[in-house]
Design a protein around this ligand. Sequence first.
Ligand code: ADP
Ligand code: MG
Length: 693
Amino acid sequence: MRPEVLYPLFADISTLPGVGPRTRALFEKLAGPHVVDLCWHLPNSVIDRSYAPQVADAQPGRIATLTVRVDEHRPPMRKGQPFKVRCFDETGVLDIVYFHAKPDYLNRILPVGATRVVSGKVEIFQGTPQMSHPDHVVPPEQGPLVAGVEPSYSLTTGLTPRMLAKAIDGALQRAPELPEWIEPTFLARQEWPRWREALVAAHHPQCEADLVPTTGARQRLAYDELLSNQLALALVRRHHSRQTGRPIQGDGHLRAKAAAALPFDLTNSQKQAVTEILSDMAAPSRMLRLLQGDVGSGKTVVALLAMLTAVEAGCQAALMAPTEVLARQHYATIRPLADAAGINVLLLTGRDKGRNRQAILEEISSGRAMLAVGTHALFQDDVAFHDLGLAVIDEQHRFGVHQRMSLQAKGKGVDVLVMTATPIPRTLVLTSYGDMDASRLTEKPAGRKPVDTRTMSMDRLDQVIDGVARAMDQGSKAFWVCPLVEEDDSGELAAAEARYAALKERFGERVGLVHGRMKSADKDAVMAAFKDGEVDLLVATTVIEVGVDVPAATVMVIEHAERFGLAQLHQLRGRIGRGTAKATCLLLYQGPLGEAARARLNTLRETDDGFRIAEEDLRLRGHGELLGTRQSGFPEFRLADLAVHGDLLAAARDEAKLVLDRDPDLQGRRGQALRVLLYLFEQDTAVRYIRAG
Ligand code: ADP
Ligand code: MG
């Protein structure tokens, strides 16, 4: 249950002054549904209104706060003209100008004869100083309030700065004093303010310098957010390891059979990862391990060897993939090897319905099927395992901590192996997985040549198409990735369709198109035709599945590569060069290139080490801007910026560990305060893992 002290912060935003039935949706879009969301909406600049000259001295173009007397209201003579309110001081005349104003309203705020303080940008129109739509119009006694430094916030269409300021003001007034959750000596050493004070200070910058993420107030808020994240992950992890595991130890006979059927030797990284995983499994505690490696680095094979070990020990193993296509691909990889080992493996996806599904469930619950591969269909309630010992979860960044928990709940003391395709920078690993043990596949399988990566201007499109044609005539398959259109996937689609139509003119039925709006069965059909059929050139939007394996694909063209993030380009490129033939990636760009875009494309030309690229990406773009992180299931921070607050993340990780060592169920006084912190950052589900006191 959410602590009472937080109730005001989790009230609906519609209870705030200035948030009406019609504007609520706008506020929600901008910040979120609760009062606390407006608290987290921090200013991004300041407006200095301290410049208060007399009218005749006011510099055009500058924000000024002027004290004037209202002389006369001049309604527009013709349609389209503005309403003018003529004012003056002892130095001259100022026209206050309104378009589409209601005379009643103007009479109210600017009554003739009254003195008013107005603040806004001064301009000269036909020789007369004027101010159109002042930001503030107040009586003189409120003048000092206006004539200072004002925070300025990002907005959304339909909201004015004034409306937002009013609501945020209301939100801050609701913010209670909260019990201190930061360790006192640490707090003192950092010289950070208390929570409420930090929040208020962050909303009242006195100058530009107060907006940087390294002010005491902003650091404190960022640390709070990171601490809640690390604490939540640590709780989940503790919950996991608290449940007694079981030692799973095989005799190696199935693994040996599968290994003998492999047409290649394992890389040293793969061997090392298998050793680490098997030693975790053999231990009596539960395994929770991350297996990281670039697309194509051979994670599936590693996972299979772990799964066969579970079978040797007499229990079942399951592999769950985020999409239908990937589940099928894993199944295709695993099936022949499992066959070679004489083990039955089943596929279960959302497409299995009725009788067929019943039969599969029956095989799984009876234990006749020792291995199961599938999508999230595997963790639905009616799926029961005979005796699940190992759950492998191929995340590709898409599952959350809680889905992970639901698969492992299908057995007793289930060992968990989480696979992710890099690139994930270390800091992101920490925020998404916490202090999880990790095995990294850093080597590429033998015989794989690095992809020859070149950048080319869009002006040379004809040459590029000729090149693709030559490659296709020599039996290659090619991907053609169409530009990412920010915030508008219909534009993206249109671009892909146009390119598809143009390429079809030349290549006819050898061209296919795949995009995100297609039904998944249609998508699969096109992918299948590309993989083994008549389609040799596949035009795709960025939706093409991460990890899709088409060994014959040796060419990839990426249009408007300058618009993609580094990590994303790397992921895309990882789809070619998976066979033994030499592969080429052409990054088409539209000049002139900005500095960051140039740096991204250069990095990509220089290296294909996913781990290096990941770190570089984080450095170049900053965490918040990583393309694709929004949909990727990485936690999004509102206050912390990992590019700046990396050291705070490390501190939060250590602190979370220390706190839980001392007070595992958060019972003490500080423990109670930390519970408030968890709720404040909506880590409600993590709180469930605290043992009831
Ligand atoms: P990932 O899951 O990491 O994307 P996969 O396990 O799907 O990679 O492997 C990609 C391809 O490389 C598969 O066709 C697989 O059979 C092959 N492969 C895996 N390990 C090796 C290896 N050590 N040597 C050569 N090929 C390998
Ligand atoms: Mg794979």
